[in-house]
Design a protein around this ligand. Sequence first.
Ligand code: SF4
Length: 341
Amino acid sequence: MVNDVFGRPLGSLRLSVTDRCNMRCGYCMPEESYTWLPKASLLSFEELDRLAGIFLGLGAAKIRLTGGEPLLRHDLPTLVRMLAARPSLGDLALTTNGILLEQHAAALKEAGLRRVTVSLDTLRPDRMLAFARSNRHGDVLKGIAAAGRAGLGPVKLNSVIIRGFNDDEVLDLLSFGREHGHELRYIEYMDVGGATRWRKEEVVPRAELLGRVAARFGTVEPLPDPGSPSAPAERFRLPDGTVFGIIASVTAPFCSSCDRSRVTADGTWFSCLYAEQGMDLREPLRLGRSDAEIADLLTQAWQRRSDRGAELRLGTPDRGALYQIAGLRADPRREMHTRGG
Ligand code: SF4
């Protein structure tokens, strides 16, 4: 097990398989055009699997496949099968916008995927069309249902709550999760990556979310999560047993227990969602460096890690979006859709 300077282990890895997405959510990809990673730079399944093996060898036990939209990567179940065959892997999950999930859920499960998290920010198709420029709301709902049927549960639903966009759906989204047996997680609107229009007034804070849920559904009981102390979501239970979560990255950051790092689809490794610079792992992979040599690079970098990006942002006066569009165009790896959110 490798620990950083604050004693946080290198525990979980978010592996991005593409920077492309078939939605344009306002908090992630609001622009008309983007600079994409060159195709030749994308890691092959063999390279991704090899990297995963090196991270697992350093003590990581959880891998989440991300994008962009990971289901846009052709033949993703093949990668899932390769990763799932690694005996030291404790958990293998996928975050998706759900549009293509119905057609892939059974194959992903059969290949060894354990769980999915689906983004669902609104229950209103017209709102999704306006906000995310997608008319595929029905497909997202079908994808969520298919994931449940395929046994990719408990299915988690991620809802980024933005004042003036969907804060009037806070309770309806939770009711949807309750009715369908899925765990809803509210996510505070973050200022990172492509959120170039972020304003702190649009963040609906954890305390307000809890107050509104309690006023409608009754006493909200915090749940300890001893199995996963580094998980970003705080979990809560309603009197009827419904469990939901809040990821309060803005008002109550959880950097002190953060064991997550991210690899972009072109093999750049970031030790924090807010990190300015990443480490290129593609070159050592392609130049024939051994697994032990790459493990050594990762170990040395993780032992120097002192990131606590969200906590530092909390103390930023007159806080606005972290990047403006010119900064993102200068380095597309700063984008959340490239970094894997
Ligand atoms: S801001 Fe960085 S250190 Fe803090 S929780 Fe997010 S990734 Fe981890």
